[in-house]
Design a protein around this ligand. Structure first.
Ligand SMILES: [Zn+2]
Length: 173
């Protein structure tokens, strides 16, 4: 899947491109956090006299690991960014930034892959957990037993816990 838009020889006006983003984009960037995605990215390219601007909008979901139970979790992703496309010969202007992309006048296409990837990554929720009570109970139990095997902070609770005897029984098996 490529994320290129053709820019050479375009008449002034407005052009719309659709890019369906799936999990393969994140595999390509070796991103282990985003395991899957279903995001519709719409690029609206405006071409004026001597300038070009792209509005890049995304709407959809990404699959990540739940911070609490480590099971798959679907989170909403949406963004709306503006990117100016500047034309310059190599060496004239070498700086790139988040707000604009520099394209050599001889280039027929502009590749938006890196930008689309970055927009999605920076717009991911900071905390991703299932709603209360919706975590995978088996995963939680497994994590709990791993934590108590570590012995961290569990001893005090065990003394008063009505289940501490039961836990010992289970351990003997
Ligand atoms: Zn969860």
């Amino acid at each position: 899947m490529d994320y290129k838009i053709h820019i050479s020889g375009l008449a002034q006006g407005s052009y719309v491109y659709e890019f369906p983003v799936k999990g393969d984009l994140f595999q390509e960037f070796d991103n282990q956090q985003i395991k899957g995605a279903d995001i519709n990215v719409t690029v609206t390219l405006e071409k004026g006299s001597g300038w070009m601007n792209a509005v890049i909008e995304g709407q959809g979901t990404a699959t990540v690991e739940c911070d609490r139970c480590l099971d798959d979790l679907e989170v909403p992703v949406s963004f709306n960014e503006s990117l100016a496309i500047r034309s310059a010969r190599l060496g004239e202007e070498t700086e790139t930034s988040d707000e604009f992309i520099i394209v050599d006048p001889s280039e027929a296409e502009v590749d938006l892959k890196q930008f689309i990837y970055d927009y999605i990554c920076v717009n991911m929720p900071l905390v991703s957990v299932h709603p209360e009570g919706k975590c995978n109970p088996q995963m939680l139990a497994k994590l709990d037993s791993l934590r108590s095997a570590d012995g961290k902070g569990q001893e005090d609770n065990d003394i008063y816990s009505p289940f501490s005897g039961l836990k010992d029984l289970l351990k003997k098996k």
